[in-house]
Design a protein around this ligand. Sequence first.
Ligand code: SAH
Length: 508
Amino acid sequence: MSDGCVYLVGAGPGDPGLMTIRGRDLLNRADAVVYDHLAARRLLAEAPPQAEMIYVGKQAAAHTLKQEEINALLVRLGLEGKQVVRLKGGDPFVFGRGGEEALALVEAGVAFEIVPGITAGIAAPAYAGIPVTHRNVTSCMALITGHETPDKEESDLDYASLANWPGTLGFYMGVKNLPKIASSLIEHGMDPQTPAALVRWGTTTRQETVTGTLDNITEVATQAGIKPPALIVVGHVVALRENISWFENRPLFGKRIVVTRARLQASRVTRQLEELGAEVVELPAIRIEPPADPAPLDRAAAELASVDWVVFTSANGVDAFFGALKRADLDSRALAGVRICVIGPGTARRLGQFGLQADAQPKTYKAAEISQTLADIDDLSGKKIICPRADIAPKDLVVDLEALGADVTDIAAYRTVGETPEPELLDELFEDGGPDWITFTSSSTVTNFVNAVGIDRLRASSASLASIGPVTSGTMRSLDFEPDVEAVSHTIPGLVEAILQAQTQREQ
Ligand code: SAH
């Protein structure tokens, strides 16, 4: 009766990069997404903005919807003719109750499809440097639920068989039962010296691994405070971690770093930090909005014929300017007779996306050097220069160019507005000394972040502060905060490099 379809999609173990292409394609065009707490938040952003997002929970303690209710929900959405993505952690058929959901769909006559995912039992050990099989060590693996029906006297598991299993054991949902699992295996004859490990939040930047042997793993895990979700691995392959461990060895692994840039621009710095192993918290202190009065920008875009130079001091300025060109039904060709100056590589790259190359760029990324750079290649006397910039940009640039005889129009092309982060998010972030690093990529991120967090809380935290350059550092100092590092090259890679160097030095 309808063309609805329910896709039971494996979201993978946590790292958002570990989902299948098929899964992501379906997510990209879903009408509704039904997800639980192990699905990576960042994957949810792959759904179209208008998609219905339904959280059905499932944390050990707090079941948000009962399984029957989830089944009924999937059936209803399917019958409504929707393309439904049921996003499940890991693989949908490995302890995910995907089998039950599929049966409910069959019974109701709703079309469905299964999209397998990488299961935690394989991925979490892999990210801990534990190959679940190895030619010289073991040739099989068992996937086992460590969760047992609480009111049963007898164990659900056949420990006699498991203790004799000739390979790797991977227990899901077993943290609470770890003492029982370990002691039962020993009781049934497994060597107490068998290596064992717990991997918590495997494949994510919060990954934590502990290792021991069957007879001490409970104590080790308790001492380390390992809580769910964690995977228990038992077997001789665990010993290989000593050599193969890789993910946890990355230089910024375990460091929590706050990115305060506007959300739309955060992705580059976030990716670079994550690739070095950091746990990045995006807490935008600012967002970019159209100017209070768009008329001057629109007028400038329509009257380029008389302009000699356009000076761009940010990628945002480039975006705003090309937005105005588009509104005037124009494109890059309107700039044919105009020369262009950009402040630095980020702005140059954005300009490049519109198919244009700059005629001038200061050797170092500094607004103060723009006028000299232009003066070196052009006599500015009487030249018409437009500067589409932030509404709050310092006036020095205009003053410098005017001093060289130019006719300068400073245009408020966009506004930088303070963003208010969720109070709970801030409280959580500044618990226990706060993050390891906070990054500032402009003066406005400094003032707005300090405003949002509060001077006292920031002072009390042990976070190190990283600044992209002297102007940003100056703003920090004016508020009595000394940057711990300042980027040598005032770019995002420069900022990341500065943090990396400082962190490596500290650890030596
Ligand atoms: N369908 C999922 C498993 C769901 S059962 C899969 O295929 O992975 C939930 C259990 O999976 C958790 O209690 C934990 O034991 C394990 N698990 C899920 N994600 C994990 C992760 N990132 N790291 C370690 N264990 C994880």
